[in-house]
Design a protein around this ligand. Sequence first.
Ligand code: 5CA
Length: 444
Amino acid sequence: MRLSRYFLPVLKETPSDAEIVSHQLMLRAGMIKQQAAGIYSWLPLGHRVLKKIEQIVREEQDRAGAIELLMPTIQSADLWRESGRYDDYGDEMLRITDRHDRELLFGPTNEEMITEIFRSYCKSYKDLPKMLYHIQWKFRDERRPRFGVMRGREFLMKDTYSFDVDEEAARRSYNRMFVAYLNTFSRLGLKAVPMKADTGPIGGDLSHEFIVLAETGESEVFCHADLVEMGAPGLDVDFDGDLQPLVDQRTALYAATEEMHQPDEFAAVPKDRQLSARGIEVGHIFYFGTKYSEPMKALVQHQDGQPRPVHMGSYGVGVSRLLGAIIEAHHDEKGCIWPESVAPFGVGIINMRVGDEACDVASEAAYAALVEAGLDPLYDDTDNRAGAKFATADLIGLPYQIVIGPRGLKEGKIELKVRRTGETHEMSPEDAVSRLAERAFADD
Ligand code: 5CA
């Protein structure tokens, strides 16, 4: 992409209404634009990151055996009356009436709808287990939308729903999602800690939140420090095997959100391993048994011929919230520092003197070679000052920058900068392209 043809409305000033760094940087880097309280347009740069996050979330769901579908954003009130949640959900639900005076709503979550789909087609234990998911916009009329996409009213969620014959089987599905989440957040460059959590309006008795530690997090959390350093299980994990040891290894150590915190249990953690911090909830998983299948009559015939309600769980990831969480974890005073896996472009090319023939020729050649190598470059071919170009490049936080200027070119050299460390390397343009293609500087 050539910057002269792109749409990247960067702001020089920090918007005064943005309280936390991720919100400030998303506005300044031209990633989002507020349209109403808690409702945002995704500008091209933000949209690119959103899609990359969504794709990683999708790949890890698929790997764990979940199956993608797509349910609508608008749901019928009658469906929610069946579970009893239409009245319970309260003011967070955006209620809509159509031209025939039918009551609709903008979905805040999809337990009812997926249960209705399941019961329409699946009648036997032979149809189990099943895990279905979608990645769809949700609306919750939050009392205090704030921090940009972190607590929006309209937000993108991945929600998976599991269906099993009994509690024991349902726990296996729960474990699959537990492990898939650890791998997902690790691929996104995040250390997310699973913590015992309250189930709130979703219900059930087994639940974990996945928390990224950050000073700006909304929740207060308490955990054993070892959990933060524990790596993800890895992409070669056998999802058909026994995942319980991987889950136990993590749940054996103390970790709880504020609502579930037990100070006496926490006191048993060695003093130097006690971590109390703030965190961002990027995922939340629930096992709630027959809470929806019973009132909604989603029954499956068991081997003994008896129909019984199916055991369910639901598993959410805040896809749009993740942009904020990743920036909170990866930034410096100059701007974002995207992990390579979700960077909006792979590398920036800065032509320091557009109009200088040698600079133009070398920049065009580097651009063509990086496109060819599949490195998805963003070429700053604008006639802005070099200083402004550097500032923009640091602000939008691509993992690498190739800086092409007249002085270096005289010796056949360009500069390759690694955004995360700030280190720079002088080399020939050809070397820069091949070393980037080899991922010679990658740290993930
Ligand atoms: N149905 C269940 C799981 S599928 C559910 O809705 N769970 S939830 O309420 O915990 O939401 C799942 C995830 O969505 C949360 O962990 C959080 O990361 C994200 N999320 C929830 N509310 C918001 C919001 N207002 N803005 C941005 N992300 C949100």
